[in-house]
Design a protein around this ligand. Structure first.
Ligand SMILES: [Zn+2]
Length: 268
């Protein structure tokens, strides 16, 4: 056990499916590859933590496992319950699932937005929570939050939090930004809505000093081979593709800096 001073890799998944839909294909991982990734983590002595466990370790300055890793899943696809949950159980691993509340299969009158594949039902959300999975919010309709006016933004953030908290009977302090987008205005609204930590997409490991409302996550895709995965969780020599994605996510202001980093990584 060591003090929390090192960056912690926080991985971002979406769907884990043998046959993804056209909408989820790029960000969907094949179940065999996901199982291989869990085998790798186990073999290399990694311990999975939820974002909540990471936050409380940070807040209370307690020790964390020597090789921590956080697995997060966005959107709330049905394959989390069908495929991911049993594989996590096989590996005694845990994860954080970010649910888009308006996309839940039996959302009823609360239904909003257009899911890209089949999604979990409320009873499946309950089962995941009962199995020790942390449930976080992913907005209500999967809106681009930075494009919304004040009251619509507030509603997206509060409605998803309230629906989850009412269902689960516990606080839901964490959110993942749909599309990984956030701005200073969005982050302020997220904090005002009562969230205490929010996950973005930055393709770098999370440092203890990182802004808790912009926890960086590393994208795991269908094309991420096991060698790349091993380098990503080790936090060393991130391949150039990750830096390129970082520029796409964060916008043009980071382009020059990322090019510099890509060069540094390539030559180090
Ligand atoms: Zn999403």
């Amino acid at each position: 056990m060591i003090a929390l001073v090192r960056p912690v890799p926080v991985l971002m998944y979406h769907s884990v499916a043998r046959r993804p839909t056209a909408g989820t294909r790029a960000l969907s991982v094949d179940p065999r590859h996901f199982a291989e990734q869990l085998d790798h983590l186990e073999r290399e002595g990694f311990t999975t933590m939820t974002l909540e466990e990471l936050r409380s370790a940070r807040r209370e300055a307690t020790e964390i496992p020597e090789r921590p890793v956080v697995l997060t899943f966005d959107d709330g696809y049905a394959d989390f319950h069908e495929v991911v949950l049993p594989l996590l159980a096989d590996h005694a691993a845990t994860a954080t699932l970010f649910v888009t509340t308006g996309w839940v299969a039996d959302a009823g009158r609360q239904a909003a937005g257009t899911p890209l594949d089949r999604t979990v039902s409320w009873s499946q959300v309950d089962e995941c929570a009962a199995a020790g999975i942390e449930i976080g919010a992913h907005s209500h309709s999967h809106a681009q939050l930075d494009q919304l006016g004040h009251s619509a933004l507030r509603d997206e953030l509060r409605r998803s939090k309230t629906l989850l908290e009412d269902r689960l009977g516990r606080e839901v302090p964490h959110l993942a930004y749909p599309y990984g987008y956030s701005s200073a205005r969005v982050r302020r609204a997220v904090y005002d809505a009562g969230y205490r930590q929010a996950a973005s997409v930055a393709n770098t490991a999370a440092r203890a000093t990182a802004n808790p409302l912009a926890v960086p996550r590393l994208t795991i895709k269908r094309t991420t081979d096991i060698g790349t995965f091993a380098r990503v969780v080790r936090g060393q020599h991130l391949p150039r593709i990750f830096w390129r994605e970082r520029t796409l996510t964060a916008g043009y202001s980071l382009v020059r800096r990322s090019r510099y980093l890509a060069t540094a990584v390539r030559t180090s």
